[in-house]
Write a protein that binds this ligand. Structure first.
Ligand code: G3P
Ligand code: CA
Length: 243
């Protein structure tokens, strides 16, 4: 059985401002296997790395991400809201993250966010960038929008994909077959141990989010999940090393 991979949720977001380069760099230093981050399109269709539909919570800007061209988004401070010592951190573009990732071995779990129309467009914008940087074998494209996940399988079948769900899937195997994916990113309290074990046996790549509690981290490692998505990759890596 392969070792459970540790994915840093929005980077090392328990200690650094989420979805910033400093959070991704810290995740790499923590020995995480991968990072999870959120991508949506700016007004001028540039993929930018930010979680919310609006700028307000994690930057000093205000309004919808999609209402601003990338050059305006890049001027914002995405670090100070977390702590003044991170002042000057910017909202990364996907391009910046991909260029940086070329220098390491991290798996990139890219979550497609945003309005449905943009997510449809997102694949056609994002996939050529991944290809150009030769990162196809290190990317997992995931989304709560499963139509987009299915579309990924059509448009870029060589990319690994995953559905993200808040409630457990009803008849997961048949559903995942319909979407044409083996990746199932689930909200960690929604599956019982026996359900996890049964799905793993069937080859489903289970990655619970967002697992920060020590007991739960150990539980999913011991069950043999493909990965765990956590805000504290340092803790998860240390726990995995103890098992
Ligand atoms: O990828 C799983 C997780 O990140 C989904 O929730 O809201 O943190 O993007 P959220
Ligand atoms: Ca996410």
């Amino acid at each position: 059985m392969n070792q459970t991979k540790i994915f840093a949720h929005r980077g090392f977001s328990s200690n650094y401002p989420e979805n910033t380069m400093v959070a991704f760099q810290a995740a790499e230093q923590s020995q995480a296997d991968g990072i999870e981050f959120d991508v949506q399109l700016s007004l001028d269709d540039v993929p930018v790395v930010i979680h919310d539909a609006t700028l307000d919570r994690t930057t000093n800007g205000t309004g919808f991400v999609q209402s601003y061209p990338v050059h305006k988004i890049k001027k914002l401070d995405a670090g100070s809201w977390f702590h003044e010592k991170f002042e000057g951190e910017s909202v990364p573009t996907l391009e910046e993250v991909l260029v940086w990732a070329k220098g390491n071995q991290l798996i990139l779990n890219i979550e497609l966010k945003g309005q449905l129309s943009d997510r449809d467009k997102a694949i056609t914008v994002i996939y050529p960038m991944i290809k150009e940087h030769d990162l196809e074998d290190r990317v997992i494209l995931s989304s709560f929008d499963h139509t987009v996940v299915a579309q990924c399988e059509q448009f870029a079948p060589m990319l690994e994909t995953a559905v993200i769900v808040l409630s457990a899937l009803y008849q997961p195997e048949s559903y995942l077959r319909t979407v044409q994916t083996l990746g199932y990113h689930f909200y960690y309290p929604t599956l019982l141990d026996k359900e996890v074990e049964s799905l793993i046996k069937k080859g489903i790549r289970l990655r619970p989010y967002t697992v920060n509690d020590e007991k739960q981290i150990k539980r999913f490692i011991e069950l043999g999940c493909d990965g765990i998505i956590t805000d504290d990759p340092q803790k998860a890596v240390a726990l995995r090393n103890q098992l």
